[in-house]
Design a protein around this ligand. Structure first.
Ligand SMILES: *Cc1c(COP(=O)(O)O)cnc(C)c1O
Length: 475
């Protein structure tokens, strides 16, 4: 399998080349040159595999279709080392539970940092260590996080040989629990950087450093942000696992509602559907930062300024532009790299929006390319959390609540609607207490973390400052 850029660069790369890279040199995102098709027989085989041999085996099957430069025995070992019941809390890894009237919750948040990002990041940590050892190289991971990415990356990379993590986050915007999770790590290879700004300022710093090709080469800069293809690929697996748990046979369809920010999670659903997984609708749920909801309702993709990014109670979805969205648009445009480049490399920079309403693939293709969307407000979030707690005894986090709220508006008779549970409520305890008057359960291993010493440096939103810092911390 070869990989190409969404902006037209066709120079073929293999999986392990792009594993350690961020953006493609032309500024685009990497995608496989085609999506392997999963036929009915394969789907049945995978169903049995997941049920009888477990998630790691299913992950190996999916990954094998996209990775041809890691020997199969090694790839299988990496999957088995990653997806264990000890790390993810159950044999199913992503157990499905019924919520109400055709709505199900798929738990993606029982990993080390209690958010779905562990699903991909834990694999990435093992892939990175493997590949760097194989090459005898080192890597400095530079990332931007609004909370969950950063902690997932740090817990995946801590203590790993050959890797340092430099993680920027918007100062004071993460929940106390999230800050404690990240800043309490004392590992020598982990650096926390609190930036004076919002998430997009952090992301812009990362992009600026990545676009400085000389610096990037000299300091071996890599990324673990959701634009990393390996992360997206790892996420494809749980769409299959969710489908197998919700259905008996391959003639059945399911829909997914996905709490969305950077469009990474739901983009993996898009890939799973392109491979042939019987998905009826993919429903994008946003919070008050409704860039994506606006797009799927109107065809207009209009990025917001940092100043117009709302600080919400589902903070991991507080984005003004969705960094993975370009992948979806590339597919929507029939994989036209020149057109994608004109939209993302030019129109957005020049006028701040583009309009695909009239594009036939968007207006027809079973309407909106099989997507629906909805948004949720703080009041909706509180009402949904309170309601699922009082009526079902199920406590859900704020992001999942956005998903449930929107899923209820889109559920169709006879089609299971799977809401991806993207975090545990304890990560956002303040809002849970506001909604229910009750503290969410806290896994014992996190008792008292807010009181632990913190390791973090403050920095202005300035690409030069982060370069200087990185240079100063690489031996
Ligand atoms: C990252 C995150 C999201 C958004 O996922 P995207 O891939 O950015 O769309 C939603 N919920 C939680 C809890 C997250 O950590």
């Amino acid at each position: 399998m070869k990989y190409i850029s969404t902006r037209g660069d066709q120079s073929p790369k293999h999986f392990c080349d792009i594993l350690l890279e961020g953006l493609a040199p032309d500024g685009g995102l990497y995608l496989p040159e085609h999506y392997p098709k999963v036929d009915d027989a394969t789907l049945s085989r995978w169903r049995g595999l997941y049920q009888n041999q477990g998630y790691a085996e299913l992950a190996f099957e999916v990954l094998s279709l996209y990775i041809d430069d890691i020997p199969a025995v090694d790839l299988k070992a990496l999957c088995q080392k990653t997806y264990t019941a000890e790390v993810f809390g159950s044999k199913e890894i992503v157990p499905l539970r019924a919520l109400e009237n055709g709505i199900w919750l798929e738990a993606l948040s029982n990993g080390p940092t209690l958010a779905f990002k562990d699903m991909a990041m834990q694999l990435l940590g093992n892939l990175f260590e493997y590949e760097l050892a194989r090459r005898g190289e080192e890597l400095n991971i530079l990332g931007a996080t609004s909370g969950d990415t950063g902690s997932a990356a740090e817990y995946a990379m801590r203590g790993k040989k050959g890797v340092r993590v430099f993680m920027t986050s918007p100062k004071g915007r993460m929940s106390p629990f999230q800050q404690a999770q990240m800043f309490s790590l004392m590992d020598d290879n982990i650096f926390n950087i609190a930036v004076d700004g919002v998430f997009d300022d952090c992301q812009d710093m990362v992009k600026a450093v990545s676009n400085d090709l000389d610096f990037k080469r000299q300091y071996k800069i890599g990324t673990v942000n959701s634009i990393n293809w390996a992360r997206l690929l790892a996420q494809v697996v749980y769409y299959f696992a969710g489908y197998f748990q919700a259905t008996q046979q391959n003639t059945e369809k399911v829909s997914f509602t996905v709490p969305s920010g950077n469009f990474g999670n739901v983009c993996a659903g898009h890939v799973a559907r392109m491979m042939g997984l019987p998905i009826a609708r993919l429903v994008v749920a946003t919070n008050e930062n409704d860039v994506l909801d606006e797009f799927f309702k109107t065809g207009v993709y209009r990025v917001r300024a940092s100043a117009d990014t709302h600080e919400t109670s589902s903070p991991s979805m507080d984005i003004s532009k969705a960094s993975n969205f370009e992948r979806f648009v590339f597919d929507l445009l029939g994989r036209d790299g020149a057109r994608t480049k004109a939209l993302f490399g030019d129109a957005l920079a020049r006028v701040g929006f583009f309009d695909l309403e009239a594009h036939p693939a968007f207006s027809q293709a079973a309407t909106r390319y099989g997507f629906d969307s909805g948004k949720s407000s703080h009041a909706d979030r509180l009402a949904t959390i309170k309601d699922t707690w009082e009526r079902h005894g199920t406590m859900i986090d704020t992001h999942t609540a956005d998903g449930v709220k929107v899923a209820r508006e889109h559920v169709q008779a006879g089609v299971p609607m799977i809401v991806l549970e993207t975090a545990l409520p304890i990560k956002f305890a303040e809002t849970i207490v506001e909604a229910t008057g009750r503290e969410p359960d806290r896994p014992a291993k996190f008792n008292g973390i807010e009181a632990l010493p913190k390791r973090v440096v403050d920095m202005a939103a300035d690409a030069q400052a982060i370069k200087t810092f990185i240079a100063g911390h690489c031996a």
